[in-house]
Write a protein that binds this ligand. Structure first.
Ligand SMILES: NC(=O)c1ccc[n+]([C@@H]2O[C@H](COP(=O)([O-])OP(=O)(O)OC[C@H]3O[C@@H](n4cnc5c(N)ncnc54)[C@H](OP(=O)(O)O)[C@@H]3O)[C@@H](O)[C@H]2O)c1
Length: 173
């Protein structure tokens, strides 16, 4: 199964967050995100992102048909979404249901967990041309370094670029 991590960051390397943000996130970002989610048919999120995103009934409705998996050690078992305790369990859960792609939607703790366990094949990073004061580092310090190779660059509107990277295997002779 291919694992894709999708993140939107500022020029100063911060994950874009809605809290204390002065403007709405660009609509093009949300549209692109929704297209990726619906194409994968699933979405893995940490508890904090899940509660902010799907706590809203209207937003939840827009994910109709999407299999949602939430990483949490606190939430009780499955309700409207599956709850798992580890990144590996999230991937096993999706694989058992026949998904070919697992879509990792954030936030930062969740990205770090998957990267630290070397469970990411593809990175899709949107770069928004803003210097933010309210973001959070989108990846902190993982336990080991990983190399990615650029596969594609495109604009998703007049100002936001999207970079797609594939993990590069490092062979030590
Ligand atoms: N710009 C973007 O692309 C983007 C994308 C997504 C989210 N965001 C933003 O990111 C922020 C949230 O990010 P965050 O880093 O604070 O939180 P998060 O990753 O959304 O959620 C963190 C929670 O997920 C659970 N979790 C994560 N890794 C786990 C693991 N290995 N095992 C078990 N549970 C695990 C834990 O919940 P328990 O405490 O329940 O165990 C943890 O407290 C929000 O502001 C959101 O808007 C931005």
């Amino acid at each position: 199964m291919l694992t894709k991590l999708y993140a939107s960051v500022s020029l100063n390397g911060q994950l874009l967050v809605q809290e204390k943000r002065l403007t709405s996130p660009p609509a093009a970002l949300m549209m692109d995100f929704m297209q990726h989610v619906h194409r994968a048919g699933n979405m893995i999120m940490g508890r904090k992102t899940a509660l902010s995103l799907i706590g809203n009934a209207q937003v939840l409705e827009s994910f109709s048909g999407v299999h949602i998996v939430v990483l949490s050690n606190q939430l009780p078992g499955d309700h409207f979404c599956a709850v798992v305790r580890t990144p590996e369990a999230a991937l096993r859960h999706l694989k058992a249901r026949g998904f070919k792609t697992a879509f990792i939607a954030g936030g930062a703790d969740t990205y770090n967990s998957f990267l630290t366990h070397d469970l990411v094949d593809e990175l899709i990073v949107n770069i928004s041309p803003e210097i933010t004061t309210n973001g959070i580092p989108w990846v902190s310090r993982p336990d080991f370094s990983l190399q990615f190779g650029l596969e594609e660059m495109k604009m998703i509107n007049a100002s936001i670029s999207q970079l797609r990277f594939r993990k590069q295997r490092v062979f030590i002779l």
